[in-house]
Structure formats: C-alpha cells, structure tokens
Design a binder for this molecule. Structure first.
Ligand code: 5BU
Length: 266
C-alpha cells in the first residue's frame, strides 16, 4: 500500500485539515515542512516569506521568539494565504487533558488554537489529553498529531508505547490526523490500515549532517520517504542553518523529498 498517491490518501480522511494538507502537497508538489526555529520576528517572517512557495507546512515553536506579538500572527496568517501552507505549532502538549492542556491550547499569550491548523501531543498522560485538546480543536476543524517516535538519541519511547499511541489514535480518527514518527509505522508490525488512514511526519532530516552534537540524528529524505515510507519531511537547520541561502536549500529539500516520493510510487 505504499504506492498510493497523496490525493488518493486524502479521501480516507473526514478531518478537513488532513484533506487540505494532502491537497496542498499535491498542488504544490512538495512534501517538505519547514521547522522555523529562529528567535526574532523579523527573521521568522523573512524566511517564511522566502521559503513559503516550497513547503506544504510551516512548523513553529512559537515560544522561541523573543519579540512575539499579535502582529506576528497577523503577518504569518497573511503569508499563509499568500503561499498556501498549513501552520503546525509543535507544542508537544503533555499534561492532563481536562483543564491544563485545554487552557494551554486556547489561552495564554499565544492562543495557539486561533492560528495553528495542526498541533501535537505526547500520549504519556493517557487518552484524556486527546479528549481535552479535541474539545477545543475539533469545532475549529483542527488536527492533532501524536508523538509515536522521536528522532533524538536515547529517547525513552518503546515499541509498546508506540503501539498504545496508535491505539489511542484509532479511537479518535476525527481529530487525530497522524503521527510524528521515523516513518510509516504499523500496530504490532501488522500491515493494517493505519498506513493510509494517518499522515506520517518525520523530523531529523538532513542532506549534509548526520547529527547536531546535542542528540539530534539526521536521515536523508530518501531514507525517510522512499525507505521508511513517511509522508512529510520536517527540515529546520538544513534549510536556514549557518548562513545558507534559504531559497536554494528549500528547493534542494523540496526536490529531494518529492523525488523520493516518486521513486516510492514506481
Ligand atoms: P532541525 O533543525 O531540522 O534539527 O529541526 C528539527 C525540528 O523538529 C525541531 O523543531 C524539533 O523540535 C523537531 N523535532 C525533532 O527534531 N525530533 C523529534 O523527535 C520531534 C520534533 Br517529536
């Protein structure tokens, strides 16, 4: 089932954000998500504008910005319309669902629910975290990714933990649109339908480096998309790191990701 196209996959989803993401991928011919972890508003908006044409999704860590203000969100929304990408706030919620994560998602200075199409969460606290986020996100047609695996060296996620995460996702297919994982994962290694019913997004992607010296481990777009059959590569410093020309690098990763997908379809 690895030769199914992105547009065919879209029809498996009722969630509007998931369908929109596949539409954008197919329309712009890019499975690249930019992880824009810079610390100033000016740099953030400048890179988002330059790289916007080449990505399907912009991944943020909004709390990294030292000069965050509401205008940043207004400008980001304008860039989203100009370039047609989804916004994914990589907040990694991990607290109790009933009250805390609901407020973290909708309140505070960031008001994430108002502008992020996609968010993610650890399932460590149990299924309540999904229920809590869903109360806020589903009426807004948002989508949630669950952290099923991590790219960092020595992380504590086990196969059992990943399986439990998948089971929780299966109970919430209206709101959980996919996983952060190293590739396409299956429940108990069976070839079941989760492969086509969820979106798989993979961080830790680089064409030049193998690691960052702080535990991050990089694999190439080909390893991630063709071999591990993920759907979307998430690239940060490979594009904006160490004074690189961000447009050249974004095109390089877009091409590598798309060619890896075409190779998988063959
Ligand atoms: P990089 O600059 O390409 O290394 O950035 C990777 C991004 O993906 C960064 O924002 C991380 O927070 C994020 N990430 C990750 O690297 N590994 C993971 O397992 C998860 C998220 Br989950």
């Amino acid at each position: 089932m690895t030769n199914v196209t992105y547009s065919e996959r879209a029809t498996n989803f009722n969630n509007k954000t998931a369908r929109k993401l596949f539409e954008i991928i197919e329309h712009k011919k890019t499975n690249l998500a930019l992880a824009l972890d810079v610390s100033t508003k000016q740099e953030f908006l400048d890179i988002a504008d330059k790289v916007g044409p080449y990505i399907c999704c912009l991944k943020t860590h909004i709390d990294i910005l030292i000069d965050f203000d509401n205008d940043l969100i207004e400008q980001l929304k304008k860039l989203q319309i100009k370039h047609n990408f989804l916004i994914f706030e990589d907040r990694k919620f991990a607290d109790i669902g009933s009250n805390t994560v609901k407020n973290q998602y909708s309140q505070g200075i960031y008001r994430i629910a108002e502008w992020a199409d996609i968010i993610d969460a650890h399932c460590l606290p149990g299924e309540g975290i999904i229920n809590g986020l869903k109360e806020i996100g589903l009426p807004l047609n948002r989508g949630l990714l669950l952290l099923a695996e991590m790219s960092s060296k020595g992380n504590l996620i086990t196969r059992n933990y990943t399986n439990s995460t998948i089971e929780m996702a299966l109970n919430h297919k209206d709101f959980v649109i996919g996983f952060i994982a190293s590739g396409k994962i299956t429940l108990n290694d069976n070839n079941n339908n989760i492969q086509n019913d969820f979106i798989f997004m993979t961080p830790g992607v680089g064409l030049s480096n193998k690691e960052d010296g702080l535990g991050q481990q990089y694999r190439t777009p080909r390893e991630v998309i063709t071999e591990s059959k993920s759907d979307i590569i998430i690239v940060g410093r490979g594009i904006y790191g160490s004074g690189k020309d961000v447009i050249t690098e974004a095109k390089r990763y877009r091409d590598a990701g798309w060619n890896a997908y075409l190779e998988r379809l063959k």
